[in-house]
Design a protein. Structure first.
Length: 153
């Protein structure tokens, strides 16, 4: 379910009142593929509720370049929301989800294993806020970039 950033505080308060373990992750999720599906399923396994912070179109362009995203933010949010493992999707415009994460203060934050605690920009701040970080191994050879390159050929 797509929720607005303004609704996030109340949602998290409600979930905490129900003693739910909150997991958060973030990403562009531009062309959804099996790597994304497996990653999100694993992320959900760390708790009761998975909140996906989804980079807005503006944010994706800043990070990936003018030709991205391929799919617009509303389409990406709807596709993610349809996945069994995803409970909530919230859009954000910034390049980093740090402000959103500090607002949510999930119990667990997941990120791909291409990061480490030392290389993840938001790590220090969210660890200081009491958030546990779990790194998830990617499915080899599965990425939006590789799909785009294959299509170009």
């Amino acid at each position: 379910m797509l929720i607005k950033k303004t609704e996030l505080k109340n949602l998290v308060k409600k979930l905490r009142g129900e003693n739910k373990t909150i997991v958060a992750t973030n990403g562009c999720f531009d062309i959804l593929h099996v790597g994304h599906v497996r990653y999100l399923k694993k992320a959900k396994s760390f708790g009761d509720v998975l909140i996906v912070a989804l980079n807005s179109d503006k944010s994706v362009k800043n990070i990936k370049g003018e030709n991205r995203p391929i799919n617009n933010e509303n389409d990406r949010a709807e596709i993610l929301s349809a996945l069994k493992s995803v409970d909530y999707v919230v859009l954000f415009d910034e390049n980093s989800p740090i402000d959103l994460l500090l607002e949510i203060k999930p119990d667990v934050y997941t990120k791909g294993a291409d990061y480490t605690t030392e290389t993840l920009p938001e790590a220090k701040a969210i660890i200081s806020a009491g958030v546990r970080i779990e790194f998830i191994t990617f499915v080899e050879g599965k990425s939006t970039t590789s799909i785009i390159e294959k299509m170009k050929k």
